[in-house]
Design a protein around this ligand. Sequence first.
Ligand code: MG
Length: 189
Amino acid sequence: MRVGLGHDTHRLAEGRPLILGGVRIDHPRGLVGHSDADVVLHAVTDALLGAAGLGDIGDAFPDTDPANKDRDSRYFVQKTLARLRQEGWQVVNVDVTIFAQEPKLGPVKERIRRSVADLLGVGLRAVNVKAKTGEGVGHIGRAEAIGCQAVALIQELTAENAETAEKKTKKKRLVFFCASSAFSAVNMD
Ligand code: MG
């Protein structure tokens, strides 16, 4: 197993869409960058690259490359995942902390979590998304920027590990199905 850390910050400005973890969030200001400036996916990409010892997002996807202009950052994660698979790695879990004074991210944290999990091809419980304000201090606290930290754990892509991951996903689906059925049954009473 290997662990990697990612960190990123982008400036907020009017006239830009706000995209966090691949989710478009309704807000008058968005993040400025060469790509779509998705600070969450940039931190996740760096965490994955770091865990696999593959450098950083700037090496892999330079901001001098016109192809990356306004690029959907999901592309960076998908390409990085493909590189990890080639090197024999699979994602175990990812933990993300977003630093934003505004907008308040409580109502959208779960959507971001699901989006990142879908993108990584892992179960929902393998991704955690936390949100913190800047307590009114510094560039985050003045709502001039949004920051993100991510930690990723990866493991060797072996048949045994792949089978365990698949079993866990199936078990979660079954638990969810049973819980949904029980909830429906209760509602029908
Ligand atoms: Mg960035």
